[in-house]
Design a protein around this ligand. Structure first.
Ligand code: TXA
Ligand code: MG
Length: 311
């Protein structure tokens, strides 16, 4: 059932049920992070492999002390600058965090989402929420309540509708496994440039199948059922046969879907997953998408596109 009643969502979560929650990045499939059975049910609902850890969502800084054994100064600085927002910080976990949440890792990912409905929900709960994106494992992430309903509607008790997600790509993940040396594990809503402006140069370790440091960052992910071909700029889509190909571009020109007529990267990010879903449902057998400039949130956009296109 879809609704906007925060107290209904709170009651269901208290009784160990699954509830989809809105965030500014994508919708999450949430459960009480302290209830191992409920968390296991998230993995089942998504058909998610047990080695892929979940992000724990909080609404106040007090929770960091209870969930993490240390909060290094640089991590604190990033949290104070970007929370609530599209940043997940990986820290050594306390015993309060069940192993099932972190897939047995000694580290936990924490995030304070920037969405008033979910912040209100969290403030009514005396536990944090473990939540991955609310899509079947490997498919495009949901950015509206109806995306969630379409694919996983029967797997949860309630979908808390908070409108369309404003950012549209998942959070940036920064690991503090070494407290002195932050490492970016996933490009996302907060850009590398924004992070480096706060804590100086950070290293980047965007992983794939062969790098177990950030489990779950598989080469093929965020994928449509149809084959996706990528081109380097939208002009290369102008002459593509739109009966055979669903074209996704931006700027001038006629595309099956124009992500942003003004080529604005934030607008492109917020429309990206909507476009990929429509492309998958369209009559054309193939999808062609233009990559964007590799800066700011553009890195996250290109990362999602390359993984979606990986065979
Ligand atoms: O924006 C987001 O982050 C969304 C919303 C719902 O908050 N969530 C999201 O979750 O994208 P998910 O499960 O689709 O991606 C979480 C990823 C995992 O695949 C893994 O790569 C990384 O976060 N992660 C989580 N906990 C980790 C840990 N302890 N160590 C390393 N990586 C971790
Ligand atoms: Mg996901």
């Amino acid at each position: 059932m879809i609704g906007a009643d925060v107290s209904v969502a709170a009651e269901l979560l208290q009784s160990g049920k699954l509830v989809a929650i809105p965030t500014e990045t994508v919708y999450g499939l949430a459960a009480n992070a302290f209830n191992s059975q409920a968390v296991l049910n998230i993995f089942k609902a998504k058909n998610r492999p047990s080695f892929d850890p979940l992000i724990v969502h909080i609404a106040s800084f007090d929770w960091v002390k209870r969930l993490a054994t240390v909060f290094p100064p640089k991590a604190q600085l990033l949290a104070e600058t970007f929370w609530p927002g599209s940043l997940t910080i990986i820290l050594p976990k306390t015993d309060l965090v069940p192993d099932v949440v972190t897939s047995g890792l000694p580290l936990v990912g924490l995030r304070m989402p920037n969405h008033s409905t979910t912040l209100e929900l969290l403030s009514q709960l005396d536990f944090p929420l473990a939540a991955p994106s609310a899509n079947p494992f490997g498919y495009v992430s949901p950015t509206t309540a109806s995306h969630v309903a379409d694919q996983l509607g029967d797997k949860m008790d309630y979908i808390l509708d908070g409108g369309a997600c404003k950012i549209g790509v998942e959070s940036t993940i920064v690991s503090f496994e070494d407290p002195e040396k932050p490492v970016i594990l996933r490009f996302g809503g907060i850009s590398v440039e924004q992070i480096e402006a706060v804590v100086g140069t950070v290293s980047i370790s965007i992983s794939n199948n062969s790098n177990p440091a950030a489990p779950g960052q598989l080469d093929k992910h965020y994928a449509t059922k149809k084959i996706i071909e990528l081109v380097n700029s939208p002009e290369l889509l102008w002459d593509v046969d739109q009966h055979q190909h669903y074209t996704i571009g931006y700027g001038e020109g006629h595309f099956s879907f124009n992500l942003s007529p003004t080529s604005n990267l934030d607008e492109i990010a917020s429309n990206l997953f909507v476009a990929l879903r429509l492309a998958d449902q369209a009559s054309q057998p193939k999808i062609v998408v233009s990559l964007v400039t590799e800066s700011g949130i553009g890195r996250a956009i290109n990362d999602r596109l390359r993984r979606a296109a990986a065979r």
